[in-house]
Design a protein around this ligand. Structure first.
Ligand code: GEM
Ligand code: CA
Ligand code: CA
Ligand code: ZN
Length: 432
């Protein structure tokens, strides 16, 4: 339908509906799926138990700043949120706030869909990310190798770049994995992966520290784990605040879909409309299944080659480590020394970027998260970084002028992480 005609239909519909509906009733926009009213709330939850209680109501937890949780509640969820008895403040209509961030006039010529709105043009959509990766291959063919680990639900390639000396050879060097953008709206994380790629290729010839790390490690970077979600988040020209992938009917949360303690502990939802829907079975999402296949394939001669992993998210400025499924500091497969090594490297990295370091479940319980699987199944030292900002403004949508500073902010943490990636327990004086 043409915009003009759609406007006319909307106007006519609107005129009819005002006769029968009470004021403030939000009607679905023609041409989109019917979205219920979404309201932003701040809610004070001082303990992990209280924060888990909030997450279990099914609301969309956007981020945390100490005890202050910012959530989106649909109309049907608000009673459950109030029933927690926790103090809460209504921060207004979400979609109005998303509209105020801007509406894109740009159509990406090669894919014919809307691109990021003005003020956000510095972010990379799927096509631009692929172009950037190909440019890196052109510029640094001696240092990188590009491959696809398979396809997303909507058939986009899940691209992965390997960075090392002799990238075409599987050398006996500790391997490191970076994954970005499991969650669609967390666009700053794509820029973080692209930043890491630039740092460790462009500076190889001039920076001895970079050269040393690249010569002694094999680094795998997957900049866009959830390309379908990214494109959907921007496709209408206005941000949707979309989190999940695009599997029918309403998406699966990739970070609840991993097959370790999947769905065990009330840290995910079995309801398809929830923002933390875990899917019908572990690895039902093609995006998580392809990363699983890749990581399983790095077991060579009985030894997992990948030693460390960071999964990048926004927002809240946190560094998190396993487990997320239990409040306990130690659990089967995670002893006190290992917990100490996780915490020590986590704190050392946080000292360089000003983030808050903590075990993931100190935030709230999650099950089926990537960190728990990487550690629980493969003993990969796996962290989540929750990037800038700390709070709901600007939340998932910082202007592109902030990309440079907020990705460079993690340079030292990434360097420290790579330095200890041969043997994380070394940081507490233990051997591997
Ligand atoms: C988090 S990241 C997972 C952290 N794990 C625990 N136990 N809190 C998520 O996936 O919900 C936040 C985010 O989406 O960025
Ligand atoms: Ca190498
Ligand atoms: Ca190797
Ligand atoms: Zn996330």
């Amino acid at each position: 339908m043409s915009p003009k005609r759609r406007g006319l239909v909307a106007a006519v519909l609107g005129a009819c509906l005002t006769l029968v509906l009470p004021l403030n009733t939000v009607t679905a926009q023609p041409g989109t799926t019917s979205t219920p009213e979404r309201t932003l709330f701040e809610i004070i939850a001082n303990t992990p138990q209280d924060r888990t209680k909030v997450a279990r109501t099914g609301v969309d937890v956007l981020g945390t700043d100490g005890p202050r949780l910012t959530v989106i509640a649909e109309a049907r969820q608000q009673w459950a949120l109030r029933a927690t008895g926790l103090p809460m403040t209504d921060l207004g209509d979400v979609d109005a706030q998303l509209a105020a961030l801007g509406k894109s006039d740009f159509t990406d010529p090669q894919v014919g869909t809307q691109d990021f709105p003005s003020g956000y043009a510095g972010y990379h959509n799927f096509r631009e990310t692929v172009a950037e990766l190909n440019q890196t291959v052109t510029d640094h063919s001696d240092l990188v190798k590009l491959s696809s680990i398979g396809k997303s639900y909507e058939n986009r390639d899940l691209w992965m770049l390997k960075i090392s000396d002799n990238p075409g050879v599987d050398e006996n060097e500790p391997e490191v994995l970076f994954t970005c953008n499991q969650h669609a709206r967390e666009h700053l994380t794509v820029e973080m992966c692209l930043r890491i790629i630039k740092q460790y290729t462009d500076n190889y010839a001039t920076n001895p520290t970079v050269k040393n790390l690249i010569d002694s490690r094999e680094i795998w970077v997957i900049p866009m784990v959830n390309p379908d979600g990214v494109e959907y988040d921007i496709a209408s020209g206005q941000f949707r605040s979309w989190r999940k992938n695009r599997q029918p009917s309403n998406g699966t949360d990739p970070n609840r879909n991993w097959g370790f303690q999947w769905g065990c502990c009330g840290g995910s939802s079995g309801s398809a409309t929830s923002e933390t829907y875990r899917g019908p079975s572990a690895f039902s999402a093609p995006e998580t299944a392809r990363i699983r296949d890749f990581v399983n394939g790095r077991v060579v001669g009985g030894t997992q080659q990948i030693k460390t992993h960071i999964d990048w998210h926004t927002y809240s400025e946190l560094i998190l480590w396993p487990y997320g499924y239990t409040y306990a500091d130690t659990a089967p497969g995670l002893d006190a020394n290992q917990a100490n090594a996780f915490a020590t490297l986590g704190r050392r990295m946080a000292a360089t970027n000003g983030y808050t370091p903590q075990q993931s479940s100190d935030l709230y319980i999650t099950d089926g998260s990537v960190n728990d699987w990487m550690w629980g199944v493969h003993k990969i030292w796996s962290y989540t970084f929750e990037m800038y900002p700390k709070g709901a403004s600007p939340g998932f949508y910082p202007r592109d002028t902030l990309i440079a500073a907020q990705t460079a902010r993690n340079d030292s943490a990434v360097e420290l992480f790579l330095t200890y990636s041969d043997c994380v327990p070394r940081i507490i004086g233990r051997t591997c």
